[in-house]
Every structure is written in C-alpha cells, then in structure tokens.
Design a protein around this ligand. Structure first.
Ligand code: SF4
Length: 346
C-alpha cells in the first residue's frame, strides 16, 4: 500500500499546534489532547450526504435511501428528521418512488430490481467503491477467481461481490483461506473492501500468497486514501496516548479499524463512541494524554463536542497531529450537478 495516497499531500513532518513534537512528552507533563489530522469526513461521504440533501431540496420529502447513506448515527438521524426514509431493500420503496443508493454501493441485482419496479434512482456510491466494482468485472471477464478480502455481511462487500457472484469468494478470516477453491492457481487475484486495516489486509495477502504463489495484486490500492490516511495519523500519535477516543459508529468499518490500529500502535486504551456523552469517565482515570480521531463518516461537529467535553474536565491543551493534507473531492451524481455545495451535516 502506498504511504501517500492520490490526492493527498503528505505532511513532511508531524506538526502539532503549540510547537512541540508528537513524540515528546508534554512540556507541562499535564493533561493534553492529541488531535489526529486527517480525521472525519472523506470525499465519498461528503458527496453522499450532499447528494441526499440536494435530492431533498429538489424533490422534497419523502426521499427514500436504501440502507444507511453512510455509517454514522448522527448523520442518519439528522437526515431522517428532514424527511428521509431509510429502507433495507428497494422492495420497501413505493412503485415509481425515488431512491438513493448509499455510499457503500449496490450490486447489479439491486439496480435491476429497482428498474423492474420503475423506481427513479440516484446512485451515491463512492467512486472509489465503483472502482473496485469495475476491477471485479474486468477480472471476471478475464476468467480469474477473485479473492475479495473484506468483512462478511458488510454492505460494500455484498455490492462488490454481487458484480460477479460466480467468480468472487470472500476472505474475511485466516480460516477462509483454506476454504476457498480456485480453478487455476495461476489465474487468481485479490481485491479488497475499501475500509480495512492496511496492516491486517497485507497479512491476509501474505497468507493468500502462501497458498497461491502466483496470485495477482490489484492494479491499484483498493483500501481508499481516507481509510489509510486516518490510520497513519492515529499511528503517529498512539504510542504517546494513555487513551485514544475514536468518534464513530459501531457499524462503521473504518472507525472500528481506527480503535484496533491505535491499540496495535501502542495506545494504552482505546474506545469508539458516537457522542461525547458516551465516554465513560473511568476511562480517564490516571490518563494524561488523550488521542482523539474520527472515522470517515463522522461530521467534525461531533469531534468538537468531544473536545469541549474533555476541556470541561481539564484537557484543554489540544495539539493537532498532521500527517497528510487531503485535497480530494468528487463531483456529485450527474442528475444533481447544477450547483454544488458542502454538506450542512458537518
Ligand atoms: S471511506 Fe473511502 S471508499 Fe468509503 S466513502 Fe470514504 S473515500 Fe469512499
């Protein structure tokens, strides 16, 4: 996996507001917060949320969205209050209705079902997920067996695998590697979900390569720039942290990975919370340095609320740890391209 993702300017050094280095002890030896950057909204999430807001603006409620538009409780609850109806399947949308597909992508079968039911569809699939769908199609056309590294049951994996269900086999745990069957060991390729742990994925690839020495790599990284950048940032500060708090929802793959990466990189403790009010005060016992970051589907207002909550308890000194500056943005779906804007759920 490349260290500097496309559209990302790598920060040449760890920069921290206040002029100290991340790896030095706090000058006062007291309470401090290390705040990871990049954190929070990625370009794909921003695009998906703006898409729903623009559809609401243009067509008025109710607007149907298949699955959670992005995996964040606050975003989903806010949009629901504005008139969005979240459904699990397109069969729940009234005939002829308007439905938005979420950032995680859908399989061709879902598109076909929507067409059959005369639904008007707007596809908010992140372009970086679409890229993986295209890779699946290309390798399936070339008659490869495709090992898709990802989490069983995750919507993105279901959508990606659905592009070529006869050719794709899911590799979630190490045990899965023994179970997969291929027709020709020289025509096997691995692809992955976009929101995995970079390190764990490479472990899985090494395990796959032991079984299939000729396995091909994807043409480019499938783990997206936002996922890998957030992991790099949390790694840069984790060893200094007595506690890392990741703001994100329990069904957000990239947010959960940040907790794991923080612990693997040396944080003494790490937890995932949707809101500041969910922080258990006992986690702060004996803690001086708190690391804070957030998943790619998390509006920064939730991080600011956590910083306020920490400041009220004495953690007022906030130092930002910058490992990259992201410049990526994606055009809205074609149907919505008149005008642009930033999501107001931020
Ligand atoms: S986490 Fe990555 S793949 Fe997922 S929406 Fe964001 S940019 Fe796209």
């Amino acid at each position: 996996m490349s260290a500097a993702s496309p559209g990302t300017e790598p920060a040449t050094s760890v920069s921290i507001d206040g002029g100290s280095e991340a790896c030095e002890a706090s000058a006062s030896g007291g309470k401090r917060v290390l705040l990871a950057k990049p954190r929070g909204y990625c370009a794909g999430v921003d695009r998906a949320v703006i898409t729903v807001e623009k559809v609401l603006e243009m067509y008025g409620p109710p607007v149907y969205v298949r699955k959670e538009i992005v995996h964040n409780r606050h975003v989903v609850d806010t949009l629901r209050e504005r008139g969005v109806i979240f459904v699990e399947e397109t069969s729940e949308v009234p005939e002829g209705g308007l439905v938005v597909f979420s950032a995680h992508g859908v399989s061709p079968a879902v598109h076909a079902e929507a067409e059959q039911r005369n639904l008007r569809t707007i596809d908010a699939t992140c372009p970086l997920v679409t890229k993986v769908h295209k890779e699946v199609n290309r390798f399936a056309r070339d008659d490869y067996d495709i090992m898709l590294i990802g989490h069983e049951g995750h919507e993105e994996v279901e959508g990606t695998a659905g592009e070529a269900p006869d050719r794709v086999q899911l590799v979630d745990t190490e045990d899965d590697i023994e179970k997969v069957q291929v027709r020709d060991p020289s025509k096997v390729v691995w692809l992955s979900q976009t929101t995995l742990s970079v390190d764990e994925t490479m472990e899985r690839v090494d395990q796959l390569r032991k079984r299939f020495p000729e396995i091909s790599d994807p043409p480019s990284d499938d783990i997206c720039y936002a996922t890998s950048n957030r992991q790099v940032a949390v790694k840069a500060m984790a060893a200094e942290c007595d506690l890392v708090i990741v703001v994100g929802s329990g069904n957000s793959s990239n947010s959960k990975r940040l907790v794991e990466v923080a612990l693997q990189a040396g944080a003494r403790d790490a937890h995932l919370v949707d809101y500041a009010r969910e922080v258990d005060e006992t986690w702060l016992d004996g803690v001086e340095t708190v690391g804070v970051t957030s998943g790619a589907s998390v509006p920064d207002v939730l991080v600011m609320e956590l910083l306020e909550w920490l400041a009220e308890r004495g953690w007022e000194d906030v130092q930002e740890v910058t490992t990259a500056n992201e410049k990526i943005s994606f055009a809205l779906p074609r149907e919505l391209r008149s005008g642009s804007g930033r999501s107001s759920v931020r």
